[in-house]
Design a protein around this ligand. Structure first.
Ligand code: NAP
Length: 287
């Protein structure tokens, strides 16, 4: 693409940002849709976030994605926040407005679109969610808002699971999320569950790590969804498949959270054909 006086800039702020795949998503979309836009990573060191957002506003940057460790901290830098992002307590997308930036959370809807595209149902389901960090928090909201019957929320640190459960249950007006200690997984009642792996265990280069290795756990899983996409197939996914069930990685979640951000920045709708084209590019980059 030729950069000219009308080219708009979007980007990612985080620490670190070197491993991001987001430039692949946005620059591929801009090229394919013929839009004058470039997307670049910005490494923002800790303590510099507010300055970075003010600087972005002064430079008239159209939009930003926000990654670890700033998804909560960035809320204090916004002039407006979408209600869903406020409820989740995490923002991963900033959209330029006349007065500053409005914050959104596209991770949650991104995961929903990813699940829909794989034919995975949430409404009426019994779900096991492993982890209670930033990503798992959004998953707990998604599952509850989309009508999961029950979510067993398991975390190594129990009080984090309890905090997330209390917030989601209060907002939903029902006791949908049950917090548990990770080590107590054997207490989950007999049944078949959708299991969502939302911890950072198993992330490359620790490809052989898995948050639960016990066969008895995997016998309860009818579908496994790992938010990790690097490696392509995590140990969690391998264990799910070894017990005869389907397993998916988090690449489509990454894809769709990016597509929703792109749509917000540019006021366009990205077609499913375009989405599949970007997915293929992403897959080529990581495999
Ligand atoms: P985070 O906020 O740092 O949370 C990490 C989670 O992992 C916590 O629940 C933590 O438990 C748990 N954990 C870490 N080490 C553990 C261990 N040794 N044993 C048991 N539990 C452990 O991270 P995050 O932002 O939620 O991200 C979590 C994962 O999701 C990452 O792998 C990330 O790559 C992935 N992700 C994917 C997408 C996507 O688009 N596909 C988007 C966002 C995140 P404690 O609370 O006990 O520390």
């Amino acid at each position: 693409m030729e950069i000219n006086g009308k080219t708009r800039t979007c980007g990612l702020i985080g620490d670190p940002v070197e491993h991001t795949l987001s430039p692949v998503i946005h620059n591929t979309l801009a090229a394919s849709l013929g839009q004058e836009l470039v997307y670049v990573p910005f490494h923002v060191k800790q303590g510099k976030l507010a300055e970075a957002v003010r600087g972005a506003e002064a430079l008239n940057i159209l939009g930003l994605n926000v990654t670890v460790p700033y998804k909560s901290e960035v809320i204090a830098c916004l002039t407006e926040i979408d209600e869903l992002a406020r409820n989740i307590g995490a923002v991963n997308t900033l959209v330029r407005t006349a007065s500053g930036y409005k914050g959104y959370n596209t991770d949650m809807e991104g995961l929903y679109r990813a699940m829909q595209s794989e034919g995975i149902k949430i409404a009426g389901e019994e779900i096991i969610l492993l982890g209670a960090g930033g990503a798992a928090r959004a998953v707990a909201w998604l599952c509850t808002m989309r009508g999961a019957r029950r979510v067993y929320l398991l975390n190594r640190t129990l009080d984090k699971a309890q905090t997330v459960a209390a917030e989601v249950n209060a907002s939903a007006g029902r006791e949908a999320v049950q917090p548990m200690r990770l080590a107590d997984y054997a207490q989950i009642p007999k049944g078949k569950y959708l299991a969502i792996q939302g911890t950072s265990v198993g992330l490359s280069p620790n490809n052989e790590d898995v948050v639960i290795a016990d066969d008895a756990f995997y016998e309860k899983v009818h579908t496994g969804f790992d938010l990790i996409y690097n490696p392509w197939e995590t140990k969690f996914m391998r264990l799910v498949k070894a017990h005869g069930s389907r397993a998916y990685n988090g690449l489509k979640m990454l894809l769709y959270q990016g597509i929703i951000a792109y749509e917000l920045w540019n006021g366009v709708e990205v077609s499913e054909d375009e989405a599949q084209m970007v997915y293929k590019r992403l897959k080529d980059v990581i495999t």
